[in-house]
Design a protein around this ligand. Structure first.
Ligand SMILES: *[C@@H]1O[C@H](CO)[C@@H](O)[C@H](O)[C@H]1NC(C)=O
Ligand SMILES: *[C@@H]1O[C@H](CO)[C@@H](O)[C@H](O)[C@H]1NC(C)=O
Length: 466
């Protein structure tokens, strides 16, 4: 019997409604599952979920492979080929590592390959037109940024914006590092004046577009306009929740407590929050799960479980390094241990990354794929051959902790950055503003002594002080 037209319509309507609710429910469940996968800090979530997690912050699956002419490996070969054996000045870590005042020639001799990114950015801007005041005026100053200038070797703050105490401390630390590198240079008064904008945010895209000439802590390979600066942690890591102190002090502490290689655990250690970069970090957790060599655990700061002090990482022969939202500032702390760093192919570049060597006689870390699929293949031969692993750890210490991450290297880098940027800076840098009839900036020395609340929204021209 045929249904009357009207009830057939009602049936069709209810089928439609039924399908609609099912689809809605499924979408909701799916969204919920993905949200859970991305935000959970639990040790285990189903592999199906880890597959579903979008790459998110690390959306770009590519990584950076460095091809530099004066990188560590090449410069070593360069030294071997030298025919003229004049005994020249040589960098000695114990004597020179804490000397922020090496001269230009000493900097170049001591740290070949350290200034790659400065040369790169200078070349970029030379071919894209020089930099002038108008270029900086175009950059909106967002939270976590500061505009400063160096005039006759003195540092001035024009404007600084902080959303909170964390920003403020990072900005003060960056300014202090700049000031330290400046005052250690006896001829600073003769150097070119420059004005620039820097950001202490993790990523360039947090504050501006990738075509602006800002100074930042890390960049991706395509963010070519950016000038890399050393991170504020070299001055001191004084996060509101986590204070580590000046980097060189952390190193001294680790040197005192580090144990001999043979006594270290034959394991790969990692502690962290998976939700900072779920795709990457969960891939590591999965690859190390149930392996005898794996000691990879998620940290829960709320429950205070699995928290491990920095120096305790050094008790392991292998330390994993994973990027977070952006670069991870923890790499340099891990490199302070006499251990082998195991890192996935990195996407974010910091100023010293050019010195990372993934193979050959100067190998100073172990590089694995971004999904950690080759982790056990890379690790097992080293577990079977501890002296090969020890050689990599030795190279890491010699290259990073005792050379390129020293205060001496950091100060050299800053000064080379002033110089490189200065080479494409094509404006004068006045101290006096005709328009506002006042000084354009406040000296670093005065800024530092300002009431900290006044630093949050500081603008020297608009009368943010005095
Ligand atoms: C530098 O500035 C001057 C004056 O504004 C200009 O004529 C010159 O073309 C600029 N140089 C470069 C390389 O942009
Ligand atoms: C690593 O360095 C230590 C200390 O300098 C040294 O005793 C050891 O022989 C080195 N090991 C290798 C494999 O190069």
């Amino acid at each position: 019997m045929a249904l009357p037209g009207c009830s057939r319509l009602r049936l069709r309507q209810s089928i439609f409604l039924y399908l609609f609710s099912i689809t809605g429910l499924l979408t909701f469940a799916c969204t919920l599952a993905i949200w859970y996968g991305v935000n959970s800090d639990r040790d285990y979530i189903h592999p199906l979920l880890t597959q579903l997690i979008p790459a998110g912050h690390c959306a770009c699956q590519t990584s950076t492979t460095f091809q530099c002419s004066s990188c560590l490996t090449c410069s070593h070969q360069g030294l071997v080929q030298q025919v003229n054996p004049i005994p020249a000045w040589e960098f000695q870590a114990a004597r020179d590592g804490k000397n922020e005042g090496l001269d230009r020639a000493q900097c170049r001799t001591a740290f070949p390959g350290l200034f790659e990114d400065v040369h790169r950015a200078a070349t970029f801007w030379r071919t894209h037109g020089a930099l002038a005041m108008e270029d900086l005026d175009e950059i909106p100053l967002r939270f976590g940024m500061a505009r400063v200038f160096i005039h006759r070797g003195e540092l001035y703050v024009l404007a600084a914006r902080s959303k909170g105490e964390d920003h403020r401390r990072k900005i003060v630390a960056a300014l202090s590092a700049i000031h330290r590198a400046l005052v250690a240079d006896p001829s600073r008064g003769l150097k070119r004046d420059i004005e620039f904008v820097f950001s202490v945010e993790d990523k360039v895209e947090d504050v501006t577009t990738s075509d602006q000439p800002i100074w930042a802590l890390a960049r991706t390979a395509t963010e070519e306009a950016i000038w890399l600066m050393p991170d504020f942690g070299f001055w001191a890591w004084e996060n509101v929740h986590n204070a580590l102190g000046p980097y060189d002090q952390v190193v001294d502490h680790i040197k005192r407590t580090d144990i001999p290689w043979s006594e270290k655990k034959q394991q790969l250690v990692w502690r962290g929050k998976p939700s900072f970069a779920p795709k990457l970090r969960r891939a590591l957790m999965e690859a190390a799960r149930d392996q005898p060599w794996g000691d990879v655990k998620q940290v829960d700061w709320g429950q205070r479980t699995n928290i491990m002090r920095m120096e305790d990482h050094c008790q392991y022969k292998f330390i994993a390094h994973v990027e977070g939202r952006s670069y991870s500032a923890s790499l340099k702390y891990r490199q302070a241990c006499n251990s082998v760093i195991v890192a996935h192919k990195l996407q974010y570049i910091q100023h010293h990354h050019y010195l990372l060597v993934p193979d050959g006689p100067n190998q100073n870390y172990v590089e694995v794929e971004r999904d950690f699929s080759d982790l056990s293949d890379k690790l097992e031969p080293l577990l079977a051959n501890p002296s090969q692993a020890e050689r990599i750890a030795n190279n890491s210490v010699r290259t990073f902790r005792d050379r390129y991450l020293t205060k001496a290297a950091e100060a050299c880098y800053w000064r080379m950055l002033f110089e490189g940027y200065g080479s494409v800076w094509n404006s004068s840098v006045p101290v006096w503003s005709e328009r506002y009839q006042r000084e354009r900036g406040i000296r670093y020395e005065s800024f530092l002594l300002m009431d900290s609340r006044l630093m949050f929204e500081f603008d020297a021209l608009r009368g943010g002080y005095r």
